[in-house]
Design a protein around this ligand. Sequence first.
Ligand code: RIB
Length: 311
Amino acid sequence: MIEQKPKRILVIGSINMDLVLTLDRAPEAGETVLGESYAYIPGGKGANQAVAAARLNGEVFFCGRVGSDSNGKILLENLADNKVNTSYITVDDSSQTGLAVIPVDSEGQNRIMVFPGSNYLVSREDVDRAMQKSYDAIMLQLEIPLDIVYYAFEKAKAKGIPVVLDAAPAVEVDLSRLKGLYILSPNEYEASKLTGIKADSVENALKAAEILRDSSSADYVIIKMGDKGALLYDKGHYDMIPSYPVKAVDTTSAGDSFTAAVTVKALEHGNIAEAVRYANAVGAICVSRRGAQPSLPTEEEVRKFLKGESI
Ligand code: RIB
């Protein structure tokens, strides 16, 4: 078999340090709950997707910003250690590195509070610099200013580069400014926010996917539905692709890893349903481990998981 050249992917997005607190249950308003442990773990939706794609053998470049603080230094080194090209990451003196505070309960469910910091200073000039090179695809999320998302999309479109948008977190994005996406992938919650339809069943997710496709003209809309799987909507056809049953201990970065995996695999072989199946395996491995980036699997681990071998 001829070895494929790795696909060149530019991620334009956020980099955060995650402060993860493990506790039995999240507190109510005004209540104090004691936690069991805490850890500082590399995260950020953009950085998670970059590391996920690199572990699945993508050739990944990152465009973003960190502050000139110790978290910024650690996160830059971590990306480089994960073979993500960091040449287009700016160290910004004027702000702190992004921080996410994440309580994770005994069911593995999280809540995420984010201080965006330098992520909100990513500029058009940063994008211009990174986009001097050519790429097989660009991955975007919504944890940097929307103006930059629209700008990067326009530039990519003018150059004919496919763009994948992971519509997270749930913000009011104008999809009419992103017409012609390659893949649009929200989770159930984000799909509901974008369409007004509670996308919690196949029937409703399909309705939401139709609306999302109409407003974005995306080639593929993929709604991540957690342990139910993913709904793939492709020009009037849909396929509900089931998840792999695993015990979830922490769902952080499962959506990020899914989108990165779909992107890498769709670019490699063009079979989108296969790519979603593979991404479901990546997401399943991710939820069975703790933390954002430590839980992202390598290609070898996914291969073993799919064969039913222990990893
Ligand atoms: O999607 C998970 C990520 O969201 C976390 O790593 C956190 O940093 C927030 O950006």
